[in-house]
Structures are given as structure tokens and as C-alpha cells.
Design a protein around this ligand. Structure first.
Ligand SMILES: [Zn+2]
Length: 317
């Protein structure tokens, strides 16, 4: 089971998270073989959405997704209900195994990376999407910048991956400085600022080997032993695809009435494969016609609000 630990530094407005994904990363990559840098990026994206989700009290999905015209044309990592992860990467040329590390902006080409909150329908909450600026080389640096600019939270983020074929892993370590208490004295604010400087300097000394091998408690002690911190109970994370017949109906409806009718006329059976888990949803003429029926009863606005998430990747046959 994969876990995420929160930790907080005693008497300081500084919190942190440590997450390690092994099983979920293995499962996320069991249907596809990715070149090493893309495999690592998927792991980092999954670790990132797990950390963001852990900090937000709501039921729904946090996604990090990209679109572009570089080597990586589409990517999606999702954490549903703070617990269930899934993710996928689409390469321009999946056969090209010679891809080597390059800056994030180059992977995406003329592209965008967005962090979205997609609340479950029954919450009545509105979805939210923020764009992550791609001006830094690594995903960790781009996300640090995103948290500072969009959430006014100074952030220090590190990832380390191991990519042995049998047991890949990714570990993330995040430190975040919370806003100062309005009642804090000048001395306390100064102390928090100095502690932040010290802790982030120490965090920057972590080696990939330490980050990917040590458990949370040992790592925190090794890095920050002069600053007492409390490690909270772990949150368990696992891989699970959230595809469903209902969502697949919506995918078909998004074709529009005319195209769906043509497809039904041309094919005796329509199959839709979930790209995350390989699940196949089949529609004979009768069940496809029922979907068409549902479509004609709905207004386009209904369909859009039903759509969850907007980029559910599917392959139609
Ligand atoms: Zn699925």
C-alpha cells in the first residue's frame, strides 16, 4: 500500500508532506511501457496530485493534465477522493525509446499544464482550473512557482524516482510556509522566516538516493533533526480507475446526435476502451440507441455539466 504522511514543525507555521508511490506507479504503467523520463514524470505527477488532494477538504478529483505539440502530446494524473490514483501519458511517437530528459516546456512544446479541481456532482461546488507556468525546467520547480503565485504559499518541492523495471517508485517531499498568524509578534515572524530559510536549505541537500530509499521518519530526522517535527498518521493511496458505464455513455453523447446516429447505422457494435485500465465497454445497436435517446432528451448544457472529467481519454472502435 502506498502512503502519504503529513508533518508539521513544532511552533512554526511550516508544514510538509512526504509521499511514496510504488504499487500505484506499477499499476499505472502496467498497460504501457514508457521511456524512462516519461515514466518518471508520470510518477511525479501522481505524487503531486496526491499531495494537492491531501490538502483540500472536498470530495472529487484533483487532476494535473497537459496538452501540447511536443514529444508529450497529452498527460493526465488524477487523485480521486484523496485516495485513488490513475494516470496516463500520450507520446507523439510512442515507439521512440531514445527520449532523454528535457525541460518541461520542451516536452509539452506549444502546450499547457493545468491543475484542476473537479468536485463530485453532489457537492454543489464549482470546478476550478489553474494553469501552471512552464518557465522552469522541472515539474517540481514549476509547481513551486505555481503555489507561490496562485496560493501565496512559499513551497519547496523535491521528487526522486527509482526506475528498476520490477519495482519503480517515486518519492515526493514538500515543505510549505503557511501565512503568519496576524497576531504573531515581529520576533515570531522573524523566527518563522529564518526557520523557513534554514529548512529549505537543508531540504535542498537531500540526495535522490536518500529521498527514494529512506522512510519518512528517518529522512525527516536526518535532514531536520534540530527542528522538532511531528509526523502525522499516514494516508493510504492506491491505484483505481474511476471509469464507468455512465461516463462512457457521456463520451458517446459528446460525439453529438448526428455522428452517433451515423456510427450506429454503420456499426453493429460500438466499443469504447478505457485508456487507463483497458476496460472495454460494448454497445450493441439497442444500447447505443438508448444513449442516443438520452442525448436527444438533454440540452447541450446538461451534457457539459455531466461530463466528468472533461478529458476522459477513450478510444472508440
Ligand atoms: Zn478505466
Amino acid at each position: 500500500m502506498d502512503v502519504l504522511h503529513r508533518f508539521s514543525f513544532i511552533d512554526l507555521p511550516i508544514r510538509g508532506q512526504w509521499v511514496r508511490l510504488e504499487e500505484s506507479l506499477s499499476q499505472a504503467t502496467q498497460y504501457r511501457v514508457y521511456p524512462k523520463p516519461i515514466h518518471e514524470m508520470l510518477g511525479q505527477m501522481l505524487a503531486a496530485v496526491a499531495m494537492v488532494a491531501d490538502n483540500i477538504k472536498f470530495s472529487g478529483a484533483i487532476t494535473l493534465q497537459s496538452r501540447g505539440d511536443g514529444d508529450l502530446v497529452r498527460s493526465l494524473a488524477e487523485c480521486q477522493d484523496q485516495e485513488f490514483l490513475r494516470g496516463i501519458m500520450h507520446l507523439q511517437n510512442p515507439e521512440n525509446n531514445a527520449l532523454t530528459q528535457q525541460p518541461l516546456a520542451q516536452w509539452l512544446g506549444n502546450g499547457q499544464l493545468a491543475l484542476s479541481l473537479i468536485p463530485n456532482k453532489d457537492t454543489g461546488m464549482q470546478p476550478y482550473q489553474g494553469f501552471v507556468s512552464l518557465e522552469y525546467d522541472t515539474l517540481a520547480q514549476c509547481l513551486e512557482h505555481y503555489f507561490v503565485t496562485s496560493e501565496q504559499l512559499e513551497t519547496c518541492l523535491n521528487f526522486a524516482s527509482t526506475s528498476t523495471e520490477s519495482a519503480p517508485s517515486v518519492t515526493g517531499l514538500l515543505l510549505q510556509r503557511l501565512p503568519d498568524d496576524p497576531q504573531a509578534t515581529e520576533i515570531e515572524v522573524d523566527a518563522a522566516r529564518n526557520a523557513w530559510h534554514t529548512l529549505t536549505t537543508l531540504a535542498a541537500t537531500v540526495t535522490d538516493e536518500e529521498l527514494s530509499q529512506l522512510d519518512a521518519q528517518t529522512l525527516l530526522y536526518r535532514l531536520f533533526n534540530e527542528h522538532p517535527c511531528r509526523l502525522h498518521e499516514p494516508r493510504q493511496l492506491s491505484y483505481r480507475c474511476t471509469c464507468s458505464r455512465e461516463k462512457t455513455d457521456t463520451t458517446l453523447m459528446m460525439l453529438g446526435g448526428e455522428d452517433l446516429r451515423t456510427l450506429i447505422e454503420e456499426q453493429s457494435e460500438i466499443t469504447v476502451d478505457c485508456e487507463f485500465c483497458g476496460n472495454r465497454y460494448s454497445y450493441d445497436r439497442e444500447s447505443a440507441t438508448q444513449v442516443l435517446y438520452k442525448l436527444t432528451e438533454q440540452t447541450p448544457a446538461d451534457i457539459n455539466s455531466d461530463q466528468n472529467p472533461p478529458s476522459e481519454p477513450k478510444t472508440l472502435h
